[in-house]
Design a protein around this ligand. Structure first.
Ligand SMILES: *Cc1c(COP(=O)(O)O)cnc(C)c1O
Length: 367
């Protein structure tokens, strides 16, 4: 055996820091509330669970490689053309495909200071260079993005609302951003939390995609639909872009239970309404309670809040994280997103939310 020669990944691959998912365990604690991955406390629609169970009777069959039942359900509910919808194994897969198809060595992808870490990983994986621009008050800054565009820029990733900030960029600002971009730059609007937003000046991106050749909106079933385990996401985009992605994706990228459950879930908008209502009620209560404890909370339109701790010994985010974990409340440390002294909390069940507030009351009151 030749010990000198070995397989080597492409340059840059080993510089990538792997994505670290939200913590799941609180060692030694009997009852755990996982509020670290923005999962829905209501779970999926019972209709989605029914469809999933029914598909268990046909596991020997390949899934429909076009995921047509799911794409038709999405098209019906959102009033879109089914040919402009592409489904993915989570929206993560679609974000990766966009990078692999449109980026190469020497190209640049623009991301923002507190942007979702998957963007950076996929830009690097494609051999391109991530260019990070500053945000303003935890909010995406359109002018900063426009100033960073060069002739090497091929793609811009923008989560709207942002994760982990929970802030949003109004539709007029997104349009101003698009208007300032060269036609060969793809603007990706990641609207993973769109269903939760109740603001008149917000748009997920449908109109902008429909009227242009260089805008893609991505959505997910992992958040308000409560189907994170099944890995279902979708993109709405121009035919030429979806055609290119279709050529390289896995031929059966969505499994059959995921297609069935996703279609049933999106057709049950009454259930979505309940999940959104629960979130609206609790995000307000949680924000008010945390603010009352002296924590600064970034105003959020999504299903989570970003809380900032005082720079005081014993009261920092790391200590709060350990304290909460010891009580069974798992929040998300967000150091990797540029917030060294903050935690992100998913809005959970009433019991979980009250529990966190009580635990933090004790934590903040400690001598
Ligand atoms: C949760 C999340 C997603 C969804 O990813 P999936 O792969 O569909 O589970 C996408 N973008 C952002 C910003 C998210 O927070």
């Amino acid at each position: 055996m030749n010990m000198e020669v070995k397989p080597t990944p492409r340059p840059g691959i080993l510089d990538i820091a792997a994505y670290v998912p939200g913590k799941e365990h609180a060692p030694g604690v009997a009852r755990v509330f996982k509020l670290s991955s923005n999962e829905s406390p209501l779970g999926p629609s019972p209709k989605a669970i029914g469809a999933f169970q029914q598909s268990a009777g046909h596991l020997e069959m390949y899934p429909d490689g076009q995921a047509l039942a799911l794409r038709e359900a999405i098209a019906d509910v959102h009033g879109l053309n089914v040919h402009n919808i592409l489904c993915g194994n989570g929206s993560d897969e679609l974000l990766g495909l966009l990078c692999h198809v449109y980026l190469g060595a020497g190209d640049e992808g623009i991301i923002t200071e507190h942007g979702f870490l998957v963007y950076k990983i996929q830009i690097k994986a494609a051999g391109a260079t991530p260019v990070v621009v500053k945000e303003k008050d935890c909010t995406v800054d359109v002018d900063a993005i426009l100033s960073a565009v060069t002739e090497r820029t091929k793609i811009i990733f923008l989560a709207n609302p942002g994760n982990p900030t929970g802030t949003y960029v109004p539709a007029s600002e997104i349009r101003r951003l698009h208007a300032g971009l060269p036609g060969n730059v793809i603007l990706v609007l990641d609207a993973a939390y769109a269903e939760y937003v109740r603001r008149n000046d917000y748009e997920a991106g449908v109109e902008l995609v429909s009227g242009n050749r260089n805008v893609v909106m991505t959505r997910t079933f992992s958040k308000v639909y409560g189907l994170a385990a099944l890995r279902v996401g979708w993109a709405y985009g121009p035919t030429e872009i979806l055609d290119a992605l279709n050529r390289v994706r896995g031929p059966f990228n969505l499994n059959a239970p995921a297609i069935a459950a996703g279609a049933a879930a999106i057709r049950d908008q009454e259930f979505v309404g309940k999940a959104v209502e629960h979130n609206l009620v609790w995000i307000e209560k949680v924000t008010e309670a945390l603010t009352g404890l002296g924590l600064r909370v970034t105003p959020s339109v999504a299903n989570f809040v970003l809380m900032h701790f005082p720079d005081v010994d014993g009261k920092r985010a790391e200590e709060a994280d350990a304290f909460l974990t010891s009580r069974g409340y798992i929040l998300r440390a967000v150091r990797g997103y540029g917030f060294a002294n903050s935690l992100r909390m998913t809005i959970g069940s009433a019991e979980a939310n009250i529990g966190v507030i009580e635990a933090l009351t004790e934590f903040m009151g400690r001598a």
